[in-house]
Design a protein around this ligand. Structure first.
Ligand SMILES: [Zn+2]
Length: 130
């Protein structure tokens, strides 16, 4: 919920039209609600271990509105996936690691660690052939 008018900074109190400058805030409110919807979608997908859907929903939510909560969820998800991929590599489950990195492709640009793990996994996969 937006607390202040983005045009004149007046306090809003649930109004969809600014009481001071009369700005129509319906579109902004709809975008915020959509961002929230995608974020809860991302959290549900994360709990269901759906890596690809989580990545897409987090991106969509942050594209609509960069919230503190959205950034925290993305950071937590990236850390969790880093650890899981490292575990897979330790167990030499290279193809499973590569599959997971592929499912993370829409979010990989936000993490140096994931990018490095992706390169490292490719390197290990190549080495394995010889
Ligand atoms: Zn206003």
């Amino acid at each position: 919920m937006i607390e202040r008018c983005p045009c004149c900074n007046a306090q809003l109190k649930q109004a969809t039209t600014c009481p001071r400058c009369r700005a129509d805030l319906n579109d902004i409110i709809l975008v915020e609600q959509a961002a929230q919807y995608y974020l809860s979608d991302a959290i549900t997908a994360m709990l269901n271990n759906d890596v690809e859907k989580t990545s897409l929903a987090i991106n969509q939510s942050l594209k609509l509105k960069k919230t503190e909560m959205g950034l925290v969820v993305r950071e937590f998800f990236i850390q969790q996936q880093n650890k899981l991929i490292l575990d897979l590599l330790t167990q030499t489950q290279l193809l499973e690691a590569k599959r997971r990195l592929y499912d993370l492709r829409s979010i990989i640009s936000y993490s140096k660690e994931l990018q490095q793990l992706n390169l490292f996994t490719d390197y290990l996969l190549l080495r394995k052939k010889y």
